[in-house]
Design a protein around this ligand. Sequence first.
Ligand SMILES: Cc1cc2nc3c(=O)[nH]c(=O)nc-3n(C[C@H](O)[C@H](O)[C@H](O)COP(=O)(O)O)c2cc1C
Length: 412
Amino acid sequence: MTERPAVQRRMPRWSELKPLLRTRRIELDATKRRLDRALTIADLRAIAKRRTPRAPFDYTDGAAEQEVSLRRARALFRRLQFNPSVLRDVSKVDPSTTILGRPSAYPFALAPTGFTRMMQHEGEPAVVRVAERAGIPYALSTMGTTSIEDVAAAAPNADKWFQLYIWTDRAAGKDLVDRAHAAGYTTLVLTVDVPVAGARLRDVRNGMTIPPSLTPKTILDMGLHPAWWINMLTTKPLSFASLSDWPGTVAELINHMFDPSVTFDDLAWMREIWPGSLVVKGIQNVEDARKVVDLGADGLVISNHGGRQLDRAPIPLQLVPKVADAVGDRAEVYVDTGVMTGADIVAAVALGARAVLVGRAYLYGLMAGGERGVQRAVDILGNEVRRTLQLLGVQNPGELNRSHVTLPEVAF
Ligand SMILES: Cc1cc2nc3c(=O)[nH]c(=O)nc-3n(C[C@H](O)[C@H](O)[C@H](O)COP(=O)(O)O)c2cc1C
């Protein structure tokens, strides 16, 4: 056995140690400290879970029945393969695009989500302000907790979309559409995948009501999430901005207000009364995509509502190439459900989507830190989009094509 030479040791000099010392300024702002540590949307979700009572967190995080639709959608994003090209000049990258003819800083928009003020008291105004600063569209939900006009006033220069469910009372729906037009919303998003409410079992188990009821369980929860409860109880009472208040559960409200007899004729009617861009959200097959475009939709969202409606529904991402082929350049194709990273967004665009809608990703940010948390979520996604474009060897979303992504033969 050969003998190893002994390691020669010496005392380090102070002049050598000094440059290695890193003193970090202690961040006194607790929200900033928390958000700075979040590097991914999953990190924001973990913070959101700690800071939010169970019922509103589960309302946001959960999906329908056994939550298979959502799990499969997220799994497909993780399982796809990217195919990069090398030795391309990516020193300058421009992630911007146009959506419905208007500029967007990134190929994603913030999806409509109901009851946003329940998740965190800053609610819709915080989200639309971030959209305005970032230069991406924001869609306000019919089930919003801030009025059409107040959202418009919070961010006059944002590209604002209004999401509509067709109600049994058609005149009331038309009134909302007129108000959205008068307030400068550019786009109407007609959601068509809620003929009846999906079975969100976590909400039933948690006894979720809007506003949250004061029961022994929720009162106990106040000790665990005091900041959330103080904010909730000391800001404007939580109510729907576009619907009259409802004493029961969300599912009961949906089943009472929304009309399960809606058909393509109602879409034709909407096309007549809405002068702006019209997007149909909740498309899940090629035939329906063709039909809504024939009826004048300017865009459609392939979506299963974030897995909150039909469980075991088609995975939206998987439909993108087929729908994009069927629709061609007659309308723009968007996709949502399961997006947790900027790379997911890039993959969807490569497969043929013009843009992606993100829902939970920004809500996790909102619950983690209000407006600053939403900003953090958008920054995380934006940086990931930018970096993924560069690593794929392209300078902008327009250079992406299907060869950049391989979907697995078997999706799950
Ligand atoms: C808490 C929550 C509330 C939602 N409310 C609405 C709504 O009022 N109208 C609507 O069209 N879609 C609604 N959605 C669906 C989103 O617009 C979007 O389709 C979905 O969140 C996309 O999936 P993702 O959350 O995985 O990004 C909601 C989603 C969540 C998570």
